[in-house]
Design a protein around this ligand. Structure first.
Ligand code: SF4
Length: 370
């Protein structure tokens, strides 16, 4: 069998991102601190400030000698992301942040407060190499993989914004994390798995957020799904299927030429068996492309005996694109047919539309200004 790599054709990098505590396991953090000439336990102290207190104010780290705080903080937790712009909508309950990385690359994250939870949607790559024709990010191609530090920084920034009461409604806790921003998470496998540990590991090694509240969304990299289920992290899996037939999926999600619908669903089933987690099927409804009743019927037949839930996403049209959202009546019929098979369906709310909510749109808009 041909081994398909878990990192896809990343362009060569000019300059590596600075190393950060969040790139490493707790044991590696200690060894690294020692290499840098600090006492190894400083790594645990800094991890406590970073993950448990969400503090980026070394002047307040009173368990570290005052004359060493800045040096240790700069060495172990260098600033990896810098805020360029924030756009808000829904009365401030949805906020999209655009971040600049050390090499000028732009990525985005979206923070959404609901009545019962606060979710951040983060980017795992700058751009994306999966080339889905309806997606703004896919059109720009892959710039580079993010490091675990760069991904984790988006999450810690969101958790800090919640703690500091930056969203209307006062201070709160970040409860959910979805890997649905720019990029294909499983094409940046090791950085994403390190990040998952940073999320679910208990304080002070990580943020201590339940794996149940973390969703990794993939276009269906079967080898990545198979590897992820053996990590013992047990986060929720979302598979972007977008159509139940290989003929259309070969175009809509080009990786289907490597991993077809049958193989992707088999991998998701195996993931569900191993982890006990129901998976979700993401389906962007695109007018006259994949929203016909026969496709809903085929999807219903494929899923009726699987432990899966369908999340329909009304497509957020990108400027100048021929791809647009389905008509209301077609969407309703699509839902009705799926439900007739007993398949649980939700239509995702389209928060963030007014702020260029589709992945990659804000970064694309910002680039256009240069
Ligand atoms: S839809 Fe997702 S996987 Fe496809 S190109 Fe866009 S970001 Fe990549």
């Amino acid at each position: 069998m041909i081994e398909i790599p878990l990192v896809f054709d990343e362009p060569p990098q000019k300059k590596k991102a600075p190393k950060h505590l969040a790139d490493l396991s707790p044991a590696e953090r200690k060894a690294w601190a020692a290499q840098l000439g600090f006492q190894p336990f400083r790594a645990s102290q800094v991890a406590t400030h970073y993950f448990s207190h969400l503090s980026n104010k070394p002047e307040q780290w009173s368990d570290i000698p005052a004359d060493q705080r800045e040096t240790i903080a700069a060495a172990l937790t260098p600033q990896l992301i810098e805020l360029v712009t924030t756009r808000t909508t829904d009365g401030g309950m949805t906020r999209k942040d655009l971040w600049k990385l050390h090499d000028g690359v732009l990525v985005e994250s979206v923070l959404m407060r609901y009545t019962d939870r606060v979710t951040v949607c983060i980017s795992s790559q700058a751009g994306c190499g999966m080339n889905c024709p309806f997606c703004a990010t896919g059109q720009a191609g892959l710039t580079r993989n993010l490091t675990a530090g760069e991904i984790t920084e988006q999450i810690v920034a969101a958790a800090r914004a919640c703690q500091d009461g930056e969203l209307p409604g006062g201070p709160t806790r970040l409860s959910n994390i979805v890997f649905m921003g720019m990029g294909e998470p499983l094409a940046n496998y090791s950085a994403v798995v390190r990040t998952l540990h940073n999320i679910v590991d208990p304080n002070p090694d990580g943020l201590g957020i339940s794996a149940r509240s973390v969703t990794v969304s993939t276009v269906g990299l079967v080898n990545g799904i198979e590897k992820l289920m053996d990590e013992g992290i047990n986060c929720t899996l979302a598979v972007s299927l977008h159509t139940p037939d290989d003929e259309l999926r070969d175009t809509l999600v080009p990786i289907n030429n490597r991993f077809n619908v049958r193989e992707v669903l088999a991998a998701a089933d195996a993931y569900e068996k191993k982890t006990g987690r129901r998976y979700s099927i993401e389906y962007a409804l695109i007018r006259d492309i994949n929203d016909q009743s026969w496709r809903s019927d085929l999807l219903g037949r494929l899923l009726k005996s699987r432990n899966a839930h369908v999340n329909l996403i009304p497509l957020n049209p990108t400027p100048g694109s021929k791809w647009t959202a389905s008509r209301r009546e077609d969407e309703a019929e699509f839902v009705r047919i799926l439900e007739s098979y007993g398949v649980p369906v939700t239509v995702r709310d389209t928060r963030g539309r007014e702020i260029d909510g589709a992945c990659g749109q804000l970064a694309a808009a910002e680039k256009g200004k240069e």
